[in-house]
Design a protein around this ligand. Sequence first.
Ligand code: GAL
Length: 574
Amino acid sequence: MIYKKTLGAPEKFVPTAFAPAPAVDICAMPDDISEKIRFCVSKRGTVLTLPLGTDTAVYGFGLQMKAINHRGNKITLRCNADPKAGAGDSHAPVPFFVTNEGWGLYVDTARSAVFYCGSELNKGLHSADFEKFSESEFIDNTGDLYADKTRENAAMTIEVPFAQGVDIYYITGERIVDIVAQYNMLGSGGCLPPDWGLGNYYRCCGRFNEDEVLEMAQSIREQKIPCSVLGLEPGWQTRAYSCSYLWSEKFKNHTELIKKLKGMGFEINLWEHFFVHPTAPVFDKLLPYSCDYYVWHGLVPDLSVPEAQEIYASHQRTLVQEGITGFKLDECDGSDFTGGWSYPDCAQFPSGMDGEQYHHLSGMLGAQTLLRALGDTPTYSEIRSLGALCSSYPFVLYSDLYDFKDYLTAVINSGFSGLLWSPEVRRCSSKSDLLRRLQLVVFSAQSLVNAWNYDHQPWLDFDASEDVRQLFEMREKLIPYIRQAFVRYRDEGIPPVRGLICDYPEALHTEDEYIFGDMIVAPIAPEHDSREIWLPDGEWEGLFDKEVYFGGLHTVKTENIPVFYRKGFSPFEK
Ligand code: GAL
């Protein structure tokens, strides 16, 4: 069930003001839930406090890459491309969390809200046991001296800066997956990509000209490596930082190139961002609809204004008419640690939004704008930032970071917040690095090799074409199965890729395996050849080795990725 309550006077620019209509019933919050939630407004903004049980685990907050259970942490939901620790910075921060005790909470804000996931006692909420304290004798052992009392009677304290109120959605359900599914339906359900989007992607080197792109396409076909989408990186444009959206001299015959690539069975995806260069055909028209800061000497259009959205989309539509079926909307997150590019939080947008709010909403607005340009053309595109209530957009997140563990953490965490994530493969340091990464990629929301800065296929460094072919063939073979998982995402909100804890509460401590469709995936890290896996009760069959496994712990040694389905439920059977 989803229960909504309006506290105080919520701000105008919040995710629900722009998100698609909910596909789920929303009820008024009953008293027994309302009573648990304390609310006040101060000069710091809105503060909410809810009790948190001693052992309550806390998941979500968007595409977090450094931690899975956030219990005990202070999470500041800043939109930032360079998270350094589990403190909330994220490409795609989402003010929604879910607990392992049957409830979750969505806070409808586009502010960089702060969540203290297990803060100290709040006097208004609980009274500390003063009597007990005064009676107690002096402490004579270090165990009692250092005893951590903060977990008992703790609270979830939430600060929403500036806001004089906020709408909250309290979601209940038996398992975590039931709660997350409802959150996704609040955002209109999940997306359903076209079948080609569920196949394999290759992004070509940004320095390539049209002949080199064609040669790359031919070489992929000659090696018989299944691949359905080719991506062109910044070099397709005359200007890229900021963007002109005009084909460069290097792509003089781009119409011909598009025809040839399509003839070879490729869909084509174009890199861009929404910072508009003065030579872009839409620059003058967008000028009155842009914020008061430039980024890379380009305009930052206010895509929350329908006129601006249409002007931007109108030019992208000409690219769609040429045969483009996808975009990679880069740089819409911003970074606080690498040079300070992007507009500041104090930026003012014509709609009345400030930069902080736009950072939280621009992924959603960018996706909407590109979908507007694509019209009826199905897509499965890429984007570097999203936020709350974005499950229905067929856009997959990616990053410039590259740590294997962080990428696996993001695979798991994306599923708590209505997001899709690609742990893309780029340059690799060894054959093991390449293949272990690719195994994770093939069992993720988007199977992508991003060679944007590499003039040859990364597998040629290690004579690994045959291994790559086999893995990409596995992905192709799984398309009908993955499609079914996405149908459930669209209709019921069940994430196609999600943490084990979503379905199996007993998996509290298993944070390096995940569910793909209904299979269990336990990736092996680069430079390793075995690992310990945990399987839920019952009989399971290995996807690669066909062995039968029973619930419990196993040590598995394999060159493949350990993937298991419930005995009798092979992903290849209808
Ligand atoms: C980065 C992006 C990379 C690549 C590169 C091209 O911002 O994350 O994937 O597209 O730009 O300049």
